[in-house]
Design a binder for this molecule. Structure first.
Ligand SMILES: [Zn+2]
Length: 442
């Protein structure tokens, strides 16, 4: 470990001792064998289930602690537990929530890649744990806490107040990171983004896939000289090999894939071997299920995740809407955590505007996540000047909500993209049975 990393660790220890302690605890995974890791998962799963059965009225009637026998295999125990879906969480929200005395849960929302705005909660202790797990996973991918980082990531909508902006800046400065808003990237301001990168000279860039890919194409097409970071980490969208090659060529560094979602934060990250994404399996249990609901490996299935530590709102065998292939191969790097071979089914089309803006597909889930009246939505673009937003309402969409959506869209497209908001009864699936959240037919 070099001197900078040692000093970064020390500053984390001083500034955030709880996070530091959790991180050190999670880093012991390398001393575990595969069998030890399996036993750890099982013990944590049984403890979580006992807690859920006792404290949550939802799980009280759905989990029988008597059959949670530690002598059974992890797979056998999992098979006795019911699946949880987004719809079930929304329907039984209050009976899933567990509040500990004196400690309020943290409330979160997500637009998700499934087009259904979604709310959930977690207890504070599990929030610190998932933050530690995120830093450990980023470490596997070559980004350790405190390194100078630039994030090309989506900004929250409507953040305009000077006080809030200052607070955000201070927060990011603590983590030694600078944020560039990926939603505002367009074909006219790419040079400004590159100037930002060249001036800041980050050691690491963390980005959505498409913005950094578009920027990389621009660098190559125009033969521009750009600062080469040590690493680029991508997330929020699947990374295809052709995209990885272009990004690596433009920035002259290794590009590492990560996988996460709002409900759990970081689920997995690539290591130096780049032979799949290591799952944070001492923190989450990740399964893939085929259409018959059977657990599969080396073949594509629905991703089902159990958070072993969210005691504030247990997520046990939760289908997050993604598809993936788990690998039966063991990584040669020494990390005993299992691998995800490939993540599928989260493709969100980018939306274009006459002013040259290219809004990544994540823009809309991010924008609509806090609007409670929206039950489900879909964005379709059939021509450059107009955009169709179909909404299935949970309750009547207020004029203020409509205004907020239009203002945010105008902000990034200079008012050049006309929004047609259609209230509909339902949103049909595609012929392949998939539901696409953003579709660009240009
Ligand atoms: Zn590895």
């Amino acid at each position: 470990m070099n001197i900078d990393l040692i000093s970064n660790r020390l500053s984390l220890r001083l500034a955030k001792p709880t996070l530091y302690r959790e991180l050190v605890g999670y880093e012991t995974v390398f001393s575990e064998t595969k069998d030890q890791l399996d036993s750890l998962q099982k013990a944590r799963l049984i403890a979580l289930c006992k807690h859920a059965e006792k404290k949550s009225s939802y799980y009280h009637s759905r989990i029988s602690v008597k059959i949670l026998d530690p002598e059974n295999s992890l797979d056998a125990i999992l098979a006795t537990l019911p699946l949880l879906t987004k719809d079930l969480v929304s329907e039984h929200y209050q009976s899933l929530v567990i509040n500990s005395a004196g400690q309020e849960n943290i409330k979160k929302s997500t637009g998700g890649s499934t087009g259904k705005p979604f709310r959930f909660e977690l207890d504070y202790g599990s929030y610190i744990k998932r933050e530690a797990v995120m830093w450990r996973g980023y470490g596997w991918a070559g980004y350790t806490y405190g390194q100078r980082a630039l994030y090309l990531w989506g900004a929250d909508g409507g953040v305009t107040g000077a006080a809030r902006k200052l607070k955000d800046r201070m927060y990011h400065r603590f983590y030694n990171r600078k944020m560039l808003n990926s939603f505002a990237l367009n074909e006219h301001n790419m040079a400004d983004y590159l100037k930002g990168i060249n001036q800041y000279k980050p050691s690491v860039i963390v980005s959505y896939v498409n913005p950094i890919y578009i920027l990389s194409q621009y660098i190559i097409d125009n033969d521009i000289s750009v600062h080469a970071p040590q690493r680029i980490l991508t997330g929020a969208e699947p990374l295809y090999e052709f995209q990885r090659e272009i990004i690596q060529k433009a920035f002259r560094c290794k590009v590492m894939n990560t996988y996460g979602c709002r409900e759990f934060m970081l689920i997995g990250a690539e290591c130096e071997q780049q032979d799949g994404l290591h799952i944070n399996s001492d923190h989450l249990i990740v399964e893939t299920l085929n259409d018959q609901g059977e657990s599969v490996i080396d073949e594509e299935g629905d991703v089902v995740i159990t958070d072993l530590f969210n005691y504030g709102m247990p997520f046990i065998r939760y289908k997050n809407g993604d598809r993936a292939i788990l690998s039966s191969t063991k990584c040669t790097c020494g990390n005993p955590s299992p691998l995800i071979k490939e993540i599928k089914g989260r493709k969100l089309d980018a939306i274009k505007a006459p002013n040259g803006s290219i809004l990544p597909g994540e823009f809309f889930p991010h924008l609509l996540k806090d609007i409670g009246a929206i039950k489900k939505f879909q964005v379709v673009q059939n021509c450059l000047e107009e955009l169709e937003l179909s909404v299935v309402q949970a309750e009547t969409l207020q004029p203020a909500d409509r205004e907020y959506i239009e203002n945010e869209l105008d902000r990034y497209t200079d008012g050049t993209l006309k929004l047609n908001l259609n209230i509909v009864g339902d949103i049909p699936l595609t012929t392949s049975g998939k539901y696409r959240v953003t579709v660009c037919n240009l």
